[in-house]
Design a binder for this molecule. Sequence first.
Ligand code: FPP
Length: 251
Amino acid sequence: MKLYDPQRKAPQFDKVPRHIALVMDGNGRWANKRGLTRTEGHKAGEIALLEVVAGAIEAGVSNLTAYAFSTENWKRSPEEVRFLMGYNKEVLRRRRDLLMEWNVRIRWAGRVPRLWPSVIEELKLAEKLTAKNTGLTLTMAVNYGGRQEIVDAVNKIALKVAQGKIRPGSITERTIEKELYVPELPDVDLFLRSSGELRSSNFLMWQSSYAEYLFSPTLWPDFNREELWKAIAEFGGRQRRFGSAEDAPLN
Ligand code: FPP
């Protein structure tokens, strides 16, 4: 598949989300429907992710955060966990040059405990190599959990309070934001999940408090940039009020 194809141009959008949260769900079902193992589904998901990165760049999205491995995914079989750890490493290494060419900046959001040191090394190397890129920021959520991210932030703040660096009672939303895994991440505008499941699964809980949620029935390996563009177009039609209200009189 050609990842950059001039025939596949993004349409004009009314509004483009600045930050898309992506739950790449349905790999296992996609594979099992074809009589394949779940790992074959994850392999097929790699191209879908690159497709969506290319589509996001085309559309002018500046931040895409992809849920690659959650803190709950450790409950899967040891074989699947091992595969996903190895595959995360492999994909980062194999696709690094292409993402460099696309001017993509890679970031990692997640916690250290339990995560394979070799995966952390690969994530940190990708962050370092792409640090000066100015295009899309692709944040890989690996060993990530939304509640855990908040707990980790609270512990960092508690330490600063104990050290006398923060005054108790002075903690604001900004104080917490500064301690999140990637403090620079803007709030999520569009939260997109594939495979028809209607859940947020502990993903970017803090950042998604005013996100627009969109659920696509397409299984992740069948997802492509046109599906992303459909989602962006639907996002453009949503009225975001952030808690405010407008009077809409009935004629
Ligand atoms: C959820 O589908 C998917 C994951 C837990 C892993 C996401 C991994 C990829 C998309 C592979 C390519 C990308 C990288 C970075 C390695 P599921 O297994 O829960 O599917 P199911 O709900 O049908 O069982």
